[in-house]
Design a protein around this ligand. Structure first.
Ligand code: IMP
Ligand code: MG
Length: 186
C-alpha cells in the first residue's frame, strides 16, 4: 500500500482540512492582535509543527522570524520513554526576544515542560506557547498553553504534520489511527 490516503490504518477524520484552515486563521488573528507592534520569533518544534507553523505564519501580518528545535521524547512508536533530549538546538539567541513556541500536539506535557524550562533560562522578553492540539491527558499543562487550536480526546492521531513511525505527516487532515496499529495499552 503506497497511497497514504487509502491506508486502512487511517481511521475516522477528527479535523477536516476546512476546519484546520479556519482555526489556524482564527489563531493567527488572535496572535496578531496580541503581538501588535512587537517583533515575534516563532520557535517550531520539529518535525510535526512545521506544517502548522507554515500555515500559521502566513496568517500573521507582523514582522516575524522563525527558528527550530528538535526534541526527542519518543522512539519511533507511540509510547513515551520519559526521556527528553535536544537533538537540534536553536540557531539564534533568544535573549530579549518575544518567543512563541509552536507545537503540534501536547500529550503528557513532558516535552513542553522541559522545553519551557530550557527556553526560560535563556531570558527571552516573553515566552508563550501555541499548540494545535492538546489532549485530555495534558490537563496539568493546559493552562500554560496560551493558544490552543483544538482540545482533543486521548486518541492517537495522524496527519497535518503528525506521524506514526514517521508516516502520514502528509495527510491534509487529521485522522485517528486505527487501534490495531497501536502497541498494547495506547
Ligand atoms: P508529550 O511530551 O507526551 O506531550 O508528547 C508530545 C509529542 O509526542 C508531540 O510533539 C508528538 O511528536 C508526539 N505525539 C503525542 N501524541 C501524538 C499523537 O496523537 N500523534 C502523533 N504524535 C503524537
Ligand atoms: Mg512524533
Amino acid at each position: 500500500m503506497n497511497d497514504a490516503h487509502l491506508d486502512p490504518g487511517v481511521g475516522e477524520v477528527l479535523v477536516s482540512e476546512e476546519q484546520l484552515r479556519e482555526r489556524v486563521a482564527e489563531l493567527g488573528r488572535e496572535i496578531a492582535a496580541e503581538y501588535e507592534g512587537r517583533e515575534l520569533l516563532l520557535v517550531g518544534v520539529l518535525k510535526g509543527a512545521v506544517f502548522f507553523m507554515a500555515d500559521l505564519m502566513r496568517e500573521l501580518p507582523l514582522f516575524c522570524e522563525v527558528d527550530f528545535m528538535a526534541i526527542s521524547s519518543y522512539g519511533s512508536a507511540t509510547d513515551s520513554s520519559g526521556v527528553v533530549r535536544i537533538l537540534k538546538d536553536l540557531d539564534i539567541n533568544i535573549e530579549e526576544r518575544h518567543v512563541l513556541v509552536v507545537e503540534d500536539i501536547i500529550d503528557s506535557g513532558l516535552t513542553l515542560s522541559y522545553l519551557m524550562r530550557n527556553l526560560r533560562s535563556r531570558a527571552p522578553a516573553s515566552l508563550e506557547v501555541c499548540a494545535l492540539f492538546v489532549k485530555e491527558s495534558a490537563h496539568k499543562v493546559r493552562k500554560s498553553v496560551r493558544y490552543v487550536g483544538f482540545d482533543i480526546p486521548n486518541r492517537f492521531v495522524v496527519g497535518y504534520g503528525l506521524d506514526f513511525a514517521e508516516r502520514y505527516r502528509n495527510l491534509p487532515y487529521v485522522a485517528v489511527l486505527d487501534d490495531s496499529l497501536l502497541p498494547e495499552g495506547m
